[in-house]
Ligand binder design. Sequence first.
Ligand code: MGD
Ligand code: MGD
Ligand code: SF4
Ligand code: MO
Length: 721
Amino acid sequence: MVRTVHTFCRYCLAACGVTVTVEDNRVRKIAADKDNPHSWHDFCAKGRTAAEVVEHPRRILTPMRRVGDRYEPAGWDEAIRDIAERMNALIDADGPDAVGAYYGNPAGYSASNLVFMNGWLDAVGTHNRYAVGSVDQNVVHVVAEAMYGSSLMVPVSDVDSCEFFLLVGANPAVSAWNWLESVPGGWRRALERQRRGARIVVVDPVRTESADRADVHVAVRPGQDWALLLAMVKVILDAGMEHRGDCAGLADGMPALRALVDAADLDDLAGRCEVSRTQIVSLAEDFAGAATAMVITRTGVSLQAGGTVAEWLGHVLNVITGRMDRPGGRRFEPGYIDTLRLAGLAEPTPHRSRVAGRDLVAGAHALAELPAEISTPGPGQLRALLINCGNPVISGPDGAALDAALQKLDLLVVIDLVQRESHRHAHWLLPAVHWLERDDLPALTGSMHDEPFVQYGRRAVEPPPQARQEWLIFVDLALAMRRPLFGARGLNGFIRASRRLAGLTGRPGVAFTPRWLDRLLLLSARKVNGRRLRWRDVRDNPHGLVLGPRSFGHFRAALRTPGKRVRVAPPEFVARARELLADAVPVPPGDYPFVLGNRRNRHAMNSWLNELPGLHPAGKHNAVFVHPVDAAALGITDGDRVRVSSPTGSVETTAALSDRPRRGLVVLEHGWGSRIFDPRSGGAPISFGVNRNLLVDGAALDPLSQTSALGGAHVRVERLD
Ligand SMILES: Nc1nc2c(c(=O)[nH]1)N[C@H]1C(S)=C(S)[C@@H](COP(=O)(O)OP(=O)(O)OC[C@H]3O[C@@H](n4cnc5c(=O)[nH]c(N)nc54)[C@H](O)[C@@H]3O)O[C@H]1N2
Ligand SMILES: Nc1nc2c(c(=O)[nH]1)N[C@H]1C(S)=C(S)[C@@H](COP(=O)(O)OP(=O)(O)OC[C@H]3O[C@@H](n4cnc5c(=O)[nH]c(N)nc54)[C@H](O)[C@@H]3O)O[C@H]1N2
Ligand code: SF4
Ligand SMILES: [Mo]
């Protein structure tokens, strides 16, 4: 029987609506859902080929237990019992910090995964929690917390009314308009604005696909965006071009901001970012003078040692020029659930990491600290790790150090679809459920949509019989470990009772599932445009439901700062900016004369999807892009085999000559070099390309957000004969 299911893609935040044609529980076709009222603008080949992951020839289909150097299939009861016993033994011997977890990017696209992972971590009582944020968007959380009073208060872009886009360290032509905000078709919509006269400025050391379409491309010196943005703030304040009303009535801390720009010299800043003073002045004037405008900042900014300062100054530019809560600027979308209030209720308890002595950021420690926490003996040593939707050996810094540490663990448990590089030492592989096989109501991320919108992500096909959603694994682990889920006494007993009742009555729906939470959340939904969302609205609108027009005036009310004002000059940011101003620009040393840049692949998601035949031709890999003038000096021609090395590691690949990167910058796409193992048949691992993060020193990070400086490594390139 053929049927169609309307749902949405959960690979990235664009959350494109898709129509899935299913026959006999197999996906026949995935197409863009043109009836999705929110996202019909967008859809890409990753969504179109999502069934290739569902039917991946190497997919993990049952729990697999390591026996010597092979894996053997096992049942769930055995897996849960063994993992629980081993973890409990470690906790009894060494305390709860002996057990920990790392979660990666896809965990955020399931409505239930992180809630229950945290419930399990609270049950264990461990502080050893590591998250992808420290190689991704921690800067956003740190800046939002300091300026707006909540790490989750992230304003969204009002693209369709914007006259002046300043895109810093972003390549939306490839990556979609993605970053703690969901703006489907954001790039296409920005180009549509451009056709009607809007201007697009792209700040990027590489002339990217986005820069090709921009009115102005500013080839900033890598890692120095903070200097460019500070210079723009200075020009605006010195010339009195700021928005007087907002600077007086909305912003708190203007004197400290003025004192900072007074201490900075425009020529010094121009020299740091290598953008001419004249260009900075005209950029600042154009930005401040535009009828409507926004700055957006992305990974090009965040994955740098000065990342938080640059992210902060991007927000400052929006605030002081009156772009907050105004058409064409950055808006706060309240969503139908008050996520900020809920997050405020679940503040993590403060903790300092054992080895590096660093605080938590957004509830987790930095991935860069993981190797030392595993390898350093003593009380609190991490001995059992669970990896949930992550591939940190590829995505984080110094993958070799992390790989060596993972091998030392007493227990490594992985929940994933496929066994990848970070999972090679796993003692247990647990089979996950793909989004095409899962129902999701992403209620807690409602305020990341650029208009009030709700869609229930329906499952299109049934998962393989032994695959399980993460929430269920976490609940079962807490029950088997006899530790109270969420640290809440009585909850385990309640869940057990609901399961018993389901067994007795023969009604599986009686057993506890996250659907209960969905219903509870909807009961607490607030009115959007005068209307309260109900379960039947969600159920009866399979293409999704736009809950009325975008509205303004919510930003001020949502602020969680004491006086409901934006703190434009948090002291720790100002202090760090002064520190950067006092330091010389880091110059690559003579033996490692290049900066290693990065790019994303249109047809991969970080370290995965690059193995899919429907997306990548055979033999595809990541070549290193070298400027022709630099290449000539090195005696390198297009297609040569080269070695790229840093003090931390080295990789071998081919050279591709390109005048897109600035001179002195060589670009190697991230996400490659992850082996894909075959735990079921023991076949040889397959791999494409090389892992450029092997070249990144784990010690290099932005002190405020603890984000690894993945974009700042110094390398040399040599031709291999
Ligand atoms: N140099 C450099 N490094 C970078 C970046 C960069 O720009 N440059 N980008 C950084 C960024 S922004 C990010 S977000 C990180 C990503 O870092 P990670 O999230 O650690 O890595 P991913 O490659 O996204 O790995 C995701 C894993 O989750 C699995 N998976 C997919 N769906 C599911 C599911 O539903 N359930 C389960 N259990 N598993 C699933 C996939 O098979 C894959 O193994 O990388 C960072 N690393
Ligand atoms: N196709 C695809 N789409 C994706 C992803 C993917 O892996 N593939 N990943 C998703 C994820 S998890 C995220 S977080 C988003 C990220 O979205 P983006 O941040 O837009 O990702 P990138 O395409 O890597 O763009 C970053 C740009 O920053 C530039 N850059 C590097 N260093 C600097 C610098 O010092 N200063 C400035 N100004 N620019 C610099 C790079 O040259 C690059 O063009 O994309 C999401 N979308
Ligand atoms: S991966 Fe592609 S189809 Fe899926 S949500 Fe992102 S842009 Fe849309
Ligand atoms: Mo990311």
